[in-house]
Design a binder for this molecule. Structure first.
Ligand code: ADP
Ligand code: MG
Length: 352
């Protein structure tokens, strides 16, 4: 275990990876589109010599994300997830194999994390307002009662007809902690299928990269200085990698001067504490997304121990005491300050 106590205030608060597309000496260029999808700022980058193909592929990627949102969103009343939630406690609902399999994979992560990740978190979540409007804590009784309606074991799946049944009328499921990662994977897949050999899909810090930049370098993912968002204080390199961050910096409740992030500990019903930010690095954005949430719930000690057991998965954590923790195989040079690509490569111009 590497333990670094950071010396500089600028490094302490939070991390937000951002893909930096650099200028291209070859004829291939990085084409980019930024837009709001799934309530989040999505950025799609396609590297190609053919501008028309790149733009077309980005459009197909965007449509894929919209399609997934319409299928899985717990907020859209017409989605299949909403149909499952409405039928909670009364009857099973047959859904698309795609949604069924997403639920199956979610339950697998729940089992792997002993319930730290649980798509049925909603009963506790609704007692909190993570938009800055909360003024008083819910009562301990309310919180304790809400936990009774959380439990991935009570999501009953029937593979014969792809049906899903929530075995409690107060239960609900939601994909806030895995959906963006799934959508990023799928957008990458459809763009790649169209012949885009390199690119980035970045959903506000849930990012997947493939291939290399037009100049042959890997993608540089800047870890932003939270105090000055436009300033990058360290870099990761990535080419077939997802880099996903969860933190308490965007959605949180503040009561009596204490900050509560929007990740619920399903065991207690209270927002998880101990970490400010979790970054997971592994090849799969969906898994990385789910694991950021699980690690956040597990907290610094158990979270780091857990990630160290998983092959091919690395993490970088910032505790609520501003300590940075890295998993065993995330080598130091990964996150030590390095010269920015701008300085190393005169053609580059990072735009965090
Ligand atoms: P972000 O949205 O900042 O990337 P996450 O990926 O961790 O962060 O997702 C947080 C969202 O996941 C919450 O807003 C909520 O919708 C949902 N959620 C909260 N707690 C849990 C949990 N323990 N397991 C699964 N989903 C959760
Ligand atoms: Mg997540």
């Amino acid at each position: 275990m590497h333990r670094l106590r950071l010396l500089f205030m600028v490094c302490l608060l939070l991390m937000q990876p951002q893909a930096i597309a650099q200028g291209a000496p070859s004829s291939a260029k990085a084409h980019k589109k930024v837009l709001l999808l799934m309530g989040t700022r999505f950025e799609l980058v396609a590297v190609s010599e053919n501008e028309h193909l790149a733009n077309k592929a980005i459009e197909v990627g965007v449509n894929e994300i919209k399609r997934i949102e319409a299928l899985i969103s717990e907020w859209q009343p017409t989605s299949q997830t909403s149909a499952i939630n409405r039928a909670a406690g009364s009857m099973p609902v047959s859904v698309d194999p795609e949604l069924y399999q997403l639920i199956e994979r979610s339950i697998k992560v729940s089992k792997l994390t002993d319930g730290a990740f649980d798509i049925s978190f909603a009963a506790a979540y609704k007692l909190w307002k993570f938009d800055g409007t909360m003024t008083k804590m819910p009562s301990p009784e309310e919180v304790a009662a809400s936990v009774k309606h959380i439990g991935y074991q009570r999501i009953k799946l029937n593979p014969a007809n792809y049906s899903v049944f929530l075995d409690d009328p107060e239960m609900k499921i939601g994909f806030g902690a895995i959906g963006k990662g799934y959508a990023a994977n799928r957008a990458r897949d459809v763009m790649r299928k169209m012949g885009i050999k390199a690119g980035v899909v970045n959903a506000a810090g849930d990012m997947i990269t493939w291939g290399k930049q037009p100049d042959g370098q890997p993608w540089f993912v800047g870890i932003a200085d939270p105090a000055e968002k436009d300033k990058v204080f360290s870099w990761l390199t990535a080419s077939e990698t997802a880099i996903v961050t969860s933190g308490d910096y965007e959605k949180y409740a503040e009561v009596d001067g204490k900050r509560y992030g929007h990740i619920i500990d399903p065991r207690t019903g209270y927002p998880a504490t101990g970490l400010k930010s979790v970054t997971i690095i592994c090849p799969d954005a969906e898994l990385a997304d789910a694991l950021t949430t699980a690690t956040y719930v597990l907290g610094p000690e158990d979270g780091l121990y857990f990630i160290n057991q998983l092959k091919g998965v690395e993490c970088l954590l910032i505790t609520d005491k501003d300590e940075m923790l890295a998993s065993d195989n995330l080598s130091l040079h990964f996150y030590q300050n390095r010269k920015s690509p701008e300085k190393e490569n005169k053609t580059g111009s990072p735009k965090p």
